[in-house]
Design a protein around this ligand. Structure first.
Ligand code: FEO
Length: 400
C-alpha cells in the first residue's frame, strides 16, 4: 500500500515488524525496520530504490496495484546492497528496457550480484540531473563509502526532498511513516545505533560530505532515508546530529565490558564501575557482560563513552573468545578520542591484560598504563589499585 509523502511522491516500501537481525546476524533489530522505496508521479514516473530480495514478489505485486509498471519512465538505484536492489530483477523482468540511473560503482555492484543482464544503466555522478516535468528535476549526489563505494543520494527540486538512502536512516518500523509520529527516544536511539554500528568507520568522509551537501544551500523540506522514519519535522535535526556524531562524539559516560569464567573478572568489573561513580557521581556508568549482552547495543554505549574498561580472564594464554570477537568488532568501528583500560584475572600464565591493552591500542584507544590483574580471586591489594586506574581513565587529555 502506498503512503503519501508529499504532493506526487509516495512511499511504496516494505515495513518489517518481524525482522530480528540485519546484515546476516551482525546487526540486532529491536523495533522492527523498513526498506523504503519511493514512487514519484510527475510528468515522468520514477521509482526510487526497491526492497530486499525476500519481499520482491510482494513489492512488485503491490506496485502493480498502484500503477501500470509500463508507466515507469526510469528507476533510480541509489545503492546496490540487496536490501534496496533486491527487487530490481523482478521488476526489470517485466519492463526490461527501463533505464536504471546509478553510479558507476553501483553498476559493478549490481552486475556482481545479479549478473550481466544487459540492464539499461544510465551512469550518473554528483551534479548530474534529470528533468521529471512540472518544473522539477532529480539531482544526484554521490555518497561514496557512505557506506558502500556505490552509495548515492537523490535530491528532488520543487518538493525539496532528499532521498538519502542509508544515510540518516534507522532500523525502526514506523507505520505512520514520519519522524514526528515516532517515539522520539526510540528514534534517536535507533538513529545513533545505526550510525555507531554502520557509519562510524566512515565518519571522516561523512564530515566532508555533509559540508559539501550543506554547501549546496538547497532547501530540505524532507529527508527520506531508505530505512525507518522519514524526517519531515525539522529534517535538518538529523543532519546536525550526524555532524556532531561524526566528530569523535562522546558524552560523560564510561562503559565497562567484560566476560568472566568464575566471576573473578566480573567482580573487578563491578568494583571499577562503583569506583567510577565514587570519583565522578555525574558520570553515567554502564556494565555489560559481552557474552550475554547485545553487541550492537553495547557498541552504541561505547560510541557515547569517553572511556571504556575491558576485562577478560586469561584462558589458554589468551582471552575468552567472546571478548576476542567483541574486540574485533570494536576495532572495525574505528572509534576515536576515547581512553581505555584493561583488567582480568588469571591462575598461572596471565597474558590477558597485556593482550587486551595491545588490542585496545590497535583499535585506536588511548590505553592507560594502570591495569587490574588479580591472580585467582581479587585480593584487597588488587582492589586497592582500582582508584588509580579510574583516576587515570577519567583524567582529561592524552587521548588519541
Ligand atoms: Fe540499507 Fe547499505 O543498505
Amino acid at each position: 500500500m502506498r503512503k503519501l509523502v508529499k504532493n506526487n511522491v509516495s512511499w511504496i516500501g516494505y515495513l518489517d515488524w518481524e525482522l530480528e537481525t540485519f546484515h546476516g546476524d551482525d546487526y540486532s533489530i529491536k523495533n522492527g525496520s523498513s526498506q523504503n522505496a519511493y514512487l514519484i508521479e510527475e510528468e515522468k514516473t520514477v521509482l526510487i530504490d526497491t526492497v530486499w530480495t525476500p519481499h520482491r514478489f510482494d513489492f512488485v505485486e503491490n506496485l502493480k496495484k498502484e500503477i501500470d509498471l509500463k508507466k515507469i519512465d526510469f528507476i533510480v538505484a541509489n545503492h546496490g546492497e540487496c536490501d534496496h536492489s533486491g527487487s530490481l530483477e523482478t521488476i526489470l523482468a517485466e519492463i526490461p528496457d527501463t533505464p536504471v540511473y546509478c553510479t558507476a560503482n553501483c553498476v559493478k555492484s549490481l552486475e556482481g550480484q545479479y549478473g550481466k543482464r544487459g540492464w539499461n544503466f544510465k551512469v550518473v555522478k554528483t551534479g548530474d540531473s534529470v528533468d521529471i516535468g512540472n518544473g522539477k528535476k532529480l539531482v544526484f549526489v554521490e555518497m561514496r563509502m557512505l557506506h558502500w563505494p556505490d552509495s548515492m543520494s537523490t535530491y528532488m527540486t520543487g518538493d525539496n526532498i532528499l532521498f538519502s538512502n542509508d544515510a540518516f536512516g534507522q532500523h525502526y518500523a514506523v507505520e505512520e511513516l514520519f519522524n514526528d509520529k515516532a517515539e522520539q527516544s526510540v528514534l534517536k536511539h535507533e538513529a545513533m545505533k545505526y550510525f555507531a554500528n554502520i557509519l562510524n568507520p566512515f565518519a571522516p568522509i561523512l564530515t566532508k560530505k555533509l559540508e559539501e551537501v550543506v554547501g549546496f544551500n538547497l532547501p530540505f523540506d524532507i529527508i527520506a532515508p531508505s530505512h525507518g522514519a522519514i524526517w519531515r519535522d525539522d529534517p535538518l535535526q538529523i543532519v546536525n546530529l550526524y555532524a556532531e556524531w561524526a566528530k569523535a562524539y562522546q558524552e560523560d559516560q564510561v562503559t565497562v565490558a567484560y566476560d568472566t569464567m568464575w566471576e573473578g573478572t566480573a567482580k573487578v568489573a563491578h568494583e571499577i564501575a562503583a569506583e567510577i561513580h565514587r570519583q565522578s557521581p555525574d558520570t553515567v556508568v554502564k556494565v555489560f557482560n559481552v557474552a550475554k549482552a547485545d553487541k550492537n547495543e553495547v557498541m552504541t554505549e561505547v560510541f557515547k563513552s569517553k572511556a571504556i574498561a575491558v576485562g577478560s580472564p586469561t584462558v589458554s594464554n589468551s582471552i575468552l573468545s567472546s571478548v576476542a570477537g567483541w574486540m574485533e568488532f570494536l576495532k572495525q568501528l574505528k572509534f576515536k578520542n576515547k581512553k581505555a583500560a584493561a583488567f582480568g584475572c588469571y591462575g598461572w600464565s596471565g597474558e590477558s591484560v597485556k593482550l587486551l591493552q595491545e588490542m585496545l591500542g590497535k583499535a585506536g584507544f588511548s590505553v592507560v598504563p594502570e591495569s587490574i590483574r588479580p591472580m585467582w580471586k581479587a585480593t584487597d591489594v588488587d582492589l586497592a589499585a582500582i582508584p588509580a586506574l579510574v583516576t587515570s581513565l577519567l583524567a582529561q587529555g592524552g587521548q588519541s
